[in-house]
Design a protein around this ligand. Structure first.
Ligand code: SF4
Length: 244
């Protein structure tokens, strides 16, 4: 069953038609008015997330914000998190895995990311996110269709069941679904938003240190993630079952 404040599949379809060409701020405004404190922006401080935070800030939309700290992030990403907190004057809730890196090595062996990255991502990202989503009805993300082949069908609004046992669903809200990478970066530069300095060293998609490398001019935006594995997604956007 879908909670009362969540739209059903028919309303999601109509929302996607209504907001197809809408400014991100309109999408964020709708989310806030519908869910109040039961919606939050999830970000890893990549350029798309920064654009969303900026829209919320300049349009006075006090959305909650959270991020996941796996314990394996680049120092530059941690520094940016602190800078963004001050720049926008917001609180950012930091989700952390239950297992420390030492616990993980004890339970699964050393450098799990180099042997079983899916398990590592589940422990360090998906499980903390699942727990947090139980407190929300709406989750704002920076997903864009042009990021990869796997993301080409991203809609502005997507309804997912993520916990069949509790019958818990969530509305994923992707205000930049139709934005290109160039448009995102033009916005960041135009508004002089602080960004991760790794971006200027070829890191187009920035995750954990062991699983991220810079990419060449002819590679896709997410080609530098999990090199040597078939894996293209960490799992936070793929563990849920879509409503049809
Ligand atoms: Fe582990 Fe790599 Fe996933 Fe980070 S991105 S949680 S290090 S497998």
């Amino acid at each position: 069953m879908v909670a009362d404040r969540l739209p059903d599949a028919a309303e999601v379809e109509s929302l996607n038609a209504e907001f197809a060409n809408a400014d991100p701020a309109s999408t964020l405004r709708w989310a806030l008015s519908r869910f109040n404190d039961r919606v939050a922006i999830g970000t890893s401080f990549q350029a798309s997330g920064l654009v969303i935070l900026h829209h919320a800030h300049v349009h006075h939309l006090p959305l909650r914000c959270f991020t996941i700290d796996t314990g394996l992030l680049f120092p530059e990403t941690i520094a940016l998190r602190d800078r963004v907190t001050n720049y926008f004057g917001i609180e950012i809730e930091v989700l952390r895995p239950e297992l420390s890196l030492g616990d993980q090595a004890r339970d699964f062996g050393p450098e799990l990311w180099a042997r079983r990255p899916d398990t590592c991502c589940t422990v360090r990202k998906v499980i903390p996110l699942q727990a947090h989503l139980l407190t929300l009805d709406g989750w704002v993300t920076g997903l864009r269709r042009d990021q990869s082949a796997a993301r080409q069908r991203v809609q502005r609004f997507e309804l997912y069941r993520f916990d069949p046992v509790r019958d818990k669903s969530i509305l994923k809200i992707n205000p930049l679904a139709d934005w290109s990478r160039d448009r995102v970066w033009a916005y960041v530069r135009e508004h002089e938003i602080p960004f991760n300095p790794l971006a200027q060293r070829g890191f187009q998609s920035i995750g954990c240190q062991p699983c991220t490398r810079p990419v060449g001019d002819h590679e896709g935006e997410r080609a530098g993630r999990w090199t040597g594995f078939e894996k293209t997604e960490c799992g936070i956007h793929t563990f849920m079952e879509a409503h049809v």
